[in-house]
Design a protein around this ligand. Structure first.
Ligand SMILES: [Fe+2]
Ligand SMILES: [Fe+2]
Length: 180
């Protein structure tokens, strides 16, 4: 079962998420998209979970705005399809930073496995704008630029609050031992 961050709905089984699921079912069934489960992305979030989060909220916002929500959902799920631990690659590489390189790597991978529409291509390759210099061409691309940053911030916040909770629990346990 897959569930976007903060959502109550299981993507594969909830009627509330049915339209979204219909749009991305073939992607979720593919080996290459599931491969992203192996790689950590933002702290404790996997690449798959991050892409699912971006895809689902990109879909919801674009649907609300009357934009192309199907392509928004699909591009969201593929926008970080780079299939490696970027921390390891970043250490070894003397190349441009990963943040600037990975949108075109993700697009190339996506094109190898799926038919990618022009608008989806723009969303994937420019989701890191303004880091990637070229201006986004479609309204949906500006939406993914914002959703990606918003979701990454939430993922970081979740990680930080989990770490702080664990630290507080450890301190409480230690003080119980000392004062008991
Ligand atoms: Fe990215
Ligand atoms: Fe991302």
């Amino acid at each position: 079962m897959s569930r976007a961050f903060g959502s109550r709905y299981n993507i594969e089984s909830s009627k509330e998420a049915k339209e979204y699921f219909d749009f991305v079912k073939d992607l979720l069934d593919s080996n290459v998209v599931n491969e992203m489960r192996k790689f950590r992305h933002h702290y404790s979030t996997t690449c798959f979970q991050h892409c699912l989060n971006v895809s689902y909220y990109n879909y919801l916002v674009c649907r609300k705005l009357g934009l192309n929500s199907k392509e928004a959902a699909r591009a969201g799920l593929l926008h970080d399809l780079f299939l490696y631990d970027w921390r390891e690659v970043e250490k070894k590489s003397g190349d441009k930073p990963h943040g600037m390189r990975h949108p075109s790597i993700a697009l190339n991978n996506a094109k190898q496995h799926f038919n990618i529409a022009k608008r989806e291509e723009d969303m994937i390759v420019k989701h890191m704008w303004p880091l990637t210099m070229k201006l986004p061409r479609y309204a949906e691309s500006y939406v993914i630029v914002m959703i990606d940053k918003y979701i990454a911030t939430l993922e970081l916040g979740t990680h930080v609050s989990r770490v702080l909770k664990n630290k507080c629990r450890n301190i409480t346990q230690k003080s119980k031992i000392i004062f008991s």
